[in-house]
Design a protein around this ligand. Structure first.
Ligand SMILES: Cc1cc2nc3c(=O)[nH]c(=O)nc-3n(C[C@H](O)[C@H](O)[C@H](O)COP(=O)(O)O)c2cc1C
Length: 366
């Protein structure tokens, strides 16, 4: 089916195609959700895991950015995702950067985006989740970012995170702090160890307050390449995160550079700045998963994301140390059937390699 749909969608501007997909997903979830779910029923006990007090029926999740405003969570669950991460959501609604701001790189099966954290804001997303998700069947991650406004800095930025955390925590199985958005001039600041320390001071104190307990994970930028020796800044970030007892990591966000891309330089110049996602990111993100797994002695769950596009690439992230994986770009190129194909492929690999369950494979290549 997606085989026929894709050429049509690819004629549209990428952001329009995405909006059309979200409309279709919402229409489907209002009318034919059981029918949709019946097409994507594959689950297997071997893929099931318990993490952060939640049962994840399978390790394949929807990455942040695909459903920023939590409009279609039941639909994503129906097509077989084991969990969904919505957001990034910020305390205030934000329009993002001027358009066009999303671009396809078909030669690389990749995307570049500089959306700039456009979202409806914490209040609207919390209300949507309170009313639009009667059946809380699967774990839901909520990804938080600072409101995209250069005037919100310092203490105001911490307050901004605190506001969205308080408003959304009741709906979340885990909360992600997006400290690594490459698309806003001020977005990277929280990946500075001192800034991260200040942010975690605030959020981890909130998390200990009655009624606000939730696992908190932080989402990091990719390393410069899959071969870089990890820099002291990353060591410091890891130390700060461990000091604050964060509950997990997501590796990784999009890359600001164009390493590993085959698309012509002219086209890249025409596109301009933005975060790169898809296969060119794959090896680097996997390397970061491995680094984090080693650095935490495998004791803290890691979500691997970046270039997962089939069972093999998902399996590699898991072997490197990821308990869960997420996808976004490959969904654009492959369509919804990809989720089930990855799950089936993972079960086949477990069987071929003689593992009783996915848990036994996490980190074997770390
Ligand atoms: C169009 C687009 C928008 C994104 N928006 C967000 C976002 O709001 N917050 C976030 O943490 N990550 C965002 N991401 C990053 C993805 O969650 C993911 O980390 C990255 O795309 C790598 O995974 P992939 O190769 O499977 O796409 C976005 C990615 C894309 C392509």
């Amino acid at each position: 089916m997606y085989h026929f749909l894709r050429p049509l969608l690819f004629r549209l501007d990428p952001e329009w195609a995405h909006t059309a997909t979200l409309w279709a997903a919402q229409a489907a979830q209002r009318t034919v959700l059981p029918l949709v779910a019946s097409q994507y029923q594959f689950e297997d006990e071997r893929l099931k895991q318990r993490l952060w007090g939640n049962t994840f029926p399978n390790p394949v999740g929807l990455a942040a950015g695909a459903d920023k405003n939590a409009q279609a969570v039941p639909f994503w669950e129906a097509i077989g995702f084991g969990f969904v991460e919505v957001g990034s959501v910020s305390a205030q609604p934000a329009p993002g950067n001027p358009t066009p701001r999303a671009f396809r790189l078909p030669k690389d099966q990749a995307l570049i985006n500089r959306l700039g954290l456009n979202n409806d804001g914490a209040e609207a997303v919390a209300e949507r989740l309170e009313h639009g998700r009667p059946d809380r069947a699967r774990p839901l991650g909520i990804n938080l970012a600072k409101t995209h406004d250069p005037d919100i800095m310092g203490d105001a930025a911490l307050e901004d995170f605190r506001t969205s955390f308080r408003r959304l925590v009741g709906q979340a199985s885990y909360v992600t702090l997006n400290v690594s958005c490459p698309n806003t001039p001020d977005g990277g600041t929280f990946e500075d160890p001192a800034a991260l320390d200040a942010l975690l001071d605030v959020i981890m104190a909130e998390q200990k307050a009655p009624g606000l307990a939730v696992p908190v994970v932080i989402k990091l930028s990719p390393p410069l390449s899959d071969r870089v020796l990890f820099d002291t800044r990353l060591e410091d970030i890891l130390a700060v995160a461990m000091d604050h007892d964060v509950d997990g990591f997501i590796a990784s966000n999009t890359a600001p550079d164009r390493k590993g891309v085959r698309t012509s330089d002219d086209r890249l110049e025409e596109i301009g700045a933005g975060g790169l996602s898809g296969p060119p990111l794959e090896a680097r993100a996997t390397r970061l998963v491995q680094y984090l797994y080693r650095g935490t002695d495998g004791e803290i769950p890691i979500i691997g994301v970046g270039g997962v596009h089939d069972a093999e690439s998902a399996y590699a992230k898991i072997r490197a140390g990821a308990s869960l994986v997420q996808i976004y770009t490959a969904l654009v190129y492959e369509g919804p059937g990809l989720v089930q194909r990855i799950k089936e492929g993972l079960v086949a690999r477990l069987r071929d390699d003689g593992y009783a369950s996915l848990e036994n494979v996490v980190g074997v290549d770390a």
